[in-house]
Design a binder for this molecule. Sequence first.
Ligand code: NAI
Length: 218
Amino acid sequence: MDPTRPESVPNPAVRRLSLYLRQLEAFARKGRRTISSKQLGQSLGLTDAQVRKDLAYFGQFGHPGIGYRVDDLIAQVRRILGTDKIWNVLLVGAGNLGRALMSYKGFDAKGFRLVAVFDSDPSKVGKKQGPFVIESLNDLREVIDRHAIRLAMIAVPADAAQDIADRLVEAGIRGLLNFAPLSLKVPEEVALNAVDLAVQMEQLSFQVNMPLGQTKET
Ligand code: NAI
């Protein structure tokens, strides 16, 4: 078994890996060479036990008396998250949200390269939006194969999203980031993540609503 693919790692632990990585990168920029689980935890409002437990799902990274070597841990976490390589990504839906995603510069820095954008609107297909020529869904499989794309973002209206997800999976996509406000059904082997700002706002209002200290993520 690949030691970086443990059978059952809780989702919150995987989410925290991204936070650890961001924090470690910030420490590296400041010239830090080593860091303890306590310092890493403190910078994120977590306990050292939580940090050690999360990282232990993936291996033994600390050094007694030293803590973690920052560069080393950054490399390990990137490898675990799969961002030590470049992922070609496609987007379906060249509307308001699609345009914002197309112009977002932050993906490249994290190893995600948006290489193709699709839309069903004939008035958009074949036209340029920023650096992208909007492609027809008829060319989905050919474009996916040509660029070896495995990840896709869905930014179409909710009533079209399931059909698009099915077509993407059928054409070889193995990871979906869904922005449409509905729960998609995908085969077990396909990874699915959803972004819903309304849900995030709800979580925020809940946390502000609740007296302090009554909730915490585990
Ligand atoms: P929009 O109407 O501006 O753009 C939708 C685009 O999808 C259009 O270009 C349309 O031609 C295209 N489209 C429609 N059916 C399609 C199909 N079957 N195949 C390919 N393309 C198709 O909408 P907007 O504002 O960009 O929102 C897009 C989606 O993202 C919606 O589902 C919306 O609810 C969701 N959204 C989610 C947010 C979040 O927080 N996750 C925030 C904003 C929007």
